[in-house]
Design a protein around this ligand. Structure first.
Ligand code: AMP
Length: 420
C-alpha cells in the first residue's frame, strides 16, 4: 500500500471487475447506437453558472453537492454534476440545432461528481451513460428513450426493476399547481428549512424522504389533477405508446426528480434490490432548459443511467455477465530462440484478432504455466529447442488437457478452428 488512498466517496475500477463496468457501458450504449444517437463528449468541468441556471439554484445538487472552484485565472468552474446541461450547451454552441435535422440525438458516457454523503450506491465520483434528444416535442420520442433504457437493462439480464412515470406539466399548468401546493404546504407543521423550500421550490418538498414529512404530505394536491389539456393528452400518448411496446410502468404522481429543468414527462428506473439508493436511472423532458441557458426554444427529452448502480443491481439479482475471456492463447517459451519465435507468433495471433499473451519476465516453465492458468486462456503454446528443430509448437487445450504438435505456420489457423 502507498501513502495514498482513493479519496473518500470514490473507488477504483480494477480488473477483473472493471470488465463488468465496460460491458455495462457498452450494453447501455448499444440500443442508442442503433437508434440514431451520435456520440458526444464534453469537458469534465463547465462554467459554474451553466449548472446553477440549468440544474436550478435551489437544488441540492447546486447548493450542496457541486465541486465548484475558482481557477488561478479567476474563472468560476464546477466539475460536472450531471450531463444534460453540458450536452445542450455543446449542441447549441456547435449550432447542431440549426443543421435542419431535428431532433438532434446524442449519447454520452463519462464521470460525474457530486459532494454527497457516501454510502453503498452513492459516491462522489460516479459514472453515467446518457442520451438526449434535442429539439422535438413528440411523445414518441419520450417513449423511444424509455424503451431504449428498458431494452438496455433487459439485454443485461436485469429483471427486478420498475419504471416510475409522471408528468410535471408545462408553463401553463405547473404554476397553477405550484400555487395550490404552496397553499397546502403553508398549512403544515414543517421546519423552517422545509418551509423556505416550499416558497422557492414547493415540488421539491414532495421528494422529502423523512417519514414525518411524508405523513403530512398524504393529502397533498397532485399534479395530475392540474394538468392542462395539452399536457394531459401528451402524457396519455406517452403511456399508450409504452403500453403498445409492452413496457410496463407505474404512475407515480409524486415523482419530481432532483433537477429543476424537467417539464411534462419524468421517469425513473428503480431497482428493488438496492436499498435506499434504489434509482438506477432517470430522466425526462426539459422543454425550457435551452432558454434557461440563453438558447432558443428547443423542447427536448433525455435520460442518464448510473453505471455503478446498474452493476450493483446486477449483483443483487445474481446476474453474471457473459464476458469473453480476455486472453485466448498464452505462449510459454522455453529458451531464448523460443522466446523470439513465440513472441512473433503472439503478434500474429493478435493481428488475426485472437486475444493472446506471452510469459514475460523470463520465468521458468512452472511460473509461466501459473501465469497461463491465471490468464484464463483456453490454449497454451509451449515451445522448446526440440520443438523448434522440428518446426512445431505444442498446442495445449487447457480445458480438456489435450496436447499435440502444430506446425509453426499453421498456428493461427489451428487456434482459430478450435476457438470457433
Ligand atoms: P440523477 O440525474 O440524479 O437522477 O442521476 C441519474 C442516475 O445516476 C441515478 O439514477 C443513479 O443511478 C446515478 N447517480 C446519481 N448520483 C449518483 C451518486 N452519487 N453515486 C452513484 N450513482 C449516482
Amino acid at each position: 500500500m502507498s501513502t495514498f488512498q482513493a479519496p473518500k466517496g470514490t473507488y477504483d475500477l480494477i480488473p477483473p471487475d472493471s470488465a463488468r463496468f465496460l460491458a455495462v457501458r457498452e450494453a447501455i450504449a448499444a440500443p442508442l447506437k442503433r437508434s440514431g444517437y451520435g456520440y458526444i463528449e464534453t469537458p469534465g468541468f463547465e462554467n459554474v453558472e451553466l449548472f446553477a441556471r440549468g440544474v436550478g439554484e435551489s437544488t441540492d445538487i447546486v447548493t450542496k453537492e457541486m465541486y465548484a472552484f475558482e481557477t488561478k485565472g479567476g474563472d468560476r468552474l464546477a466539475l460536472r454534476p450531471e450531463g444534460t446541461a453540458s450536452v445542450l450547451r455543446a449542441a447549441l454552441e456547435a449550432n447542431l440545432h440549426k443543421a435542419g435535422n431535428l431532433p438532434v440525438k446524442l449519447w454520452y458516457s463519462g464521470s460525474y461528481y457530486r459532494y454527497e454523503r457516501p454510502q453503498k450506491g452513492r459516491y462522489r465520483h460516479f459514472s453515467q451513460v446518457g442520451a438526449e434528444a434535442i429539439g422535438a416535442e413528440d411523445p414518441a420520442l419520450d417513449a423511444e428513450l424509455i424503451v431504449l433504457a428498458n431494452d438496455a437493462y433487459r439485454s443485461l439480464g436485469l429483471r427486478n426493476f420498475r419504471i416510475l412515470l409522471n408528468s410535471l406539466g408545462d408553463k401553463e399548468c405547473r404554476p397553477v399547481y405550484r400555487a395550490a401546493l404552496q397553499d397546502f404546504l403553508r398549512g403544515l407543521d414543517l421546519d423552517e428549512d422545509t418551509l423556505r423550500r416550499a416558497e422557492i421550490n414547493p415540488l421539491r418538498v414532495l421528494d422529502d424522504k423523512r417519514e414525518a414529512v411524508q405523513k403530512q404530505l398524504a393529502g397533498a394536491p397532485l399534479l395530475r389533477d392540474y394538468l392542462c389539456d395539452a399536457c394531459k393528452a401528451y402524457h396519455e400518448e406517452v403511456r399508450d405508446l409504452l403500453t403498445a411496446q409492452g413496457v410496463a410502468f407505474e404512475d407515480d404522481g409524486r415523482l419530481v426528480r432532483g433537477l429543476d429543468y424537467y417539464t411534462r414527462t419524468t421517469f425513473e428506473f428503480v431497482h428493488d434490490g438496492l436499498g435506499s439508493q434504489s434509482a438506477v436511472g432517470g430522466g425526462g423532458r426539459y422543454d425550457g432548459l435551452s432558454e434557461m441557458i440563453g438558447g432558443p426554444a428547443l423542447p427536448s427529452v433525455g435520460w442518464a443511467l448510473g453505471v455503478d448502480r446498474t452493476v450493483l443491481a446486477l449483483e443483487a439479482e445474481g446476474v453474471t455477465l457473459e464476458l469473453p475471456s480476455t486472453t485466448s492463447v498464452f505462449a510459454v517459451p522455453l529458451g531464448e530462440e523460443a522466446r523470439r519465435v513465440l513472441f512473433t507468433k503472439v503478434m500474429e495471433l493478435r493481428r488475426a484478432g485472437i486475444a493472446a499473451d506471452f510469459a514475460f519476465g523470463g520465468k521458468g516453465l512452472k511460473g509461466a504455466m501459473k501465469n497461463a492458468n491465471r490468464s484464463g486462456a483456453r490454449f497454451t503454446l509451449v515451445a522448446g529447442e526440440r520443438d523448434l528443430a522440428e518446426g512445431v509448437v505444442q498446442l495445449k487445450d487447457m480445458e480438456s488437457g489435450e496436447q499435440g504438435p502444430v506446425a509453426l505456420d499453421a498456428i493461427v489457423d489451428a487456434v482459430r478452428e478450435r476457438l470457433a
